[in-house]
Design a protein around this ligand. Structure first.
Ligand SMILES: C[S@@+](CC[C@H](N)C(=O)[O-])C[C@H]1O[C@@H](n2cnc3c(N)ncnc32)[C@H](O)[C@@H]1O
Length: 430
């Protein structure tokens, strides 16, 4: 056995590869404002209906009655069928499914995560979340909506065996619901086609912040934005409010960002959704040319409750993720490389503990080549046994199963799972 002692710095690098998500845009490491900070005044247009809280009881009552009001003219057909849209091109189906699946994928939730579906309505989002193995709290002010959702989940259970009781239901507005049991427990809060119905946005988003565990995410999708003077949109909002009495009050983008920041959120990021297949000739098109909806017309948004000490998880911040790696020993033994490696977090992000299967944590990989594009690697990545904070160190003992790599040079590289490869590769000398 030959022993190699090597040291090398690794730094965050954007990388794409099979099975990897595009990393989130870089953020800046900064302490977050306390959730209790008084929000700075916001000047400028806020929401289409700016002072809806003054009519809280009337608007709540309209939301409670909405399903019955729709049923009088249209029946419950669409509510029960949602999102399956049989019309030409299936626009509601694709918009809804893409929006939800993009949000769920981008949040990188751990298996079995606790997710709150706010304004859950007839429960199709709840059903997808339950089907993906999450525990769901579905919240809606309408008992009729919750009935429809419960029945949907029972049907889903009968068809798939996925237990309907993975979801629990709360009948209340978000602003009024008693959610004390969930404080700092929830991994993600999702609003799909729901935020513009919330009557008191400051109370609602402040509450969401308190429900999330540190590092947890809020997502907003299926949410139109408001640009003052968009008379076509405003006419349709007026018509809907006149017909059902419900609140239809979309946000301007600057105001929505402001309310989230005032509640204490960080990494407030509006996104473009891009889905579908594209002809090769379109390969050089800009994202905004192929986005599902024009960015200005919709809010597809993720934001996060900061972790303690203002830290960010490594997966969210390649620019602040660096490492030093030392190979204490390395030897080939029967088609495997047995290593002892010392890993030091020299950056400013937290490397979370590993959650199987390879969720979030930083892992050590063994590959044939030093570049990010090469996919030839040992069968098993080495997880961290515990979270490693900035300045922290961990010693890893691992056997890489890698008969295909034994002949020739190979490299140790770090991966922020489901996000990016760290920059740099340490050649293992034997
Ligand atoms: C357009 S529906 C969307 C339902 C569901 N998310 C979906 O995609 O099918 C909006 C839902 O928000 C609910 N809602 C209205 N005001 C609310 C509030 N203040 N808090 C929570 N939910 C509310 C309504 O009852 C309704 O079910």
């Amino acid at each position: 056995m030959r022993v190699a002692r090597l040291r090398r710095m690794f730094a965050g690098q954007l990388a794409r590869g099979v099975g990897m998500l595009l990393p989130k845009p870089l953020g800046v490491l900064a302490p977050h404002p306390p959730a209790t900070a008084a929000p700075a005044d916001f000047t400028g247009p806020k929401r289409y209906v700016p002072a809806a809280s003054q009519n809280f009881a009337t608007l709540r009552s309209a939301a409670e009655q909405y399903p019955q009001a729709v049923a009088e003219t249209e029946g419950f057909g669409w509510m029960r069928r949602k999102p399956y849209d049989p019309t030409q091109g299936h626009p509601h189906f694709f918009q809804g499914m893409y929006a939800i699946l993009n949000a769920v994928q981008a949040m990188r939730l751990p298996p079995g995560a606790l997710v709150m579906d706010v304004g859950s309505g007839p429960g199709w989002v709840t059903q997808i979340l339950v089907g993906l193995g999450y525990r769901v709290v579905a919240l809606d002010p309408s008992e009729k909506m919750n009935d429809l959702a419960r029945r949907r989940l029972q049907g889903f259970e009968a068809m798939t065996g996925v237990a309907a009781d993975a979801a629990s239901f709360i009948t209340a507005t978000l602003e009024e619901a008693d959610l004390a049991a969930y404080l700092a427990q929830v991994d993600a809060v999702m609003f799909h086609e729901a935020l513009h119905h919330v009557i008191d946005e400051r109370a609602a988003l402040g509450k969401v912040f308190a429900l999330l565990r540190p590092g947890g995410c809020v997502s907003v999708s299926g949410e139109g934005s408001w640009t003052p003077g968009d008379t076509q949109l405003e006419r349709s909002l007026d018509a809907e409010m006149a017909r059902y009495g419900t609140l239809e009050s979309p946000f301007t983008r600057p105001y929505l960002r402001h309310v989230l920041a005032a509640a204490g959120f960080e990494d407030i990021q509006f996104h473009l959704g891009v889905n579908g297949i594209f002809a090769e000739a379109q390969a050089r098109m800009e994202l905004h040319q192929v986005a599902n909806t024009p960015a200005a017309a919709s809010h597809a948004l993720l934001a996060r409750r900061p972790m303690a000490g203002g830290l960010r998880p490594a997966a969210a911040d390649p620019g602040q993720t660096t490492a030093e790696i030392t190979v204490v020993s390395a030897a080939w033994e029967q088609g495997g490389l047995v290593v002892r490696v010392r890993l030091r977090n020299t950056g400013r992000t937290l490397w979370p503990a590993h959650v199987p299967p390879m969720h979030q944590g930083v892992t050590l990989a063994l590959t044939r080549h030093a570049t990010a594009t090469d996919q030839m690697e040992a069968a098993n990545r080495c997880p961290l046994p515990q979270p490693v904070p900035p300045g922290g160190e961990v010693v890893l003992d691992w056997r890489f199963e890698a008969p295909a790599l034994e002949e020739g040079p190979c490299y140790l590289r770090l991966v922020a799972e489901q996000a990016y490869w760290l920059q740099g590769a340490l050649r293992v000398k034997l």
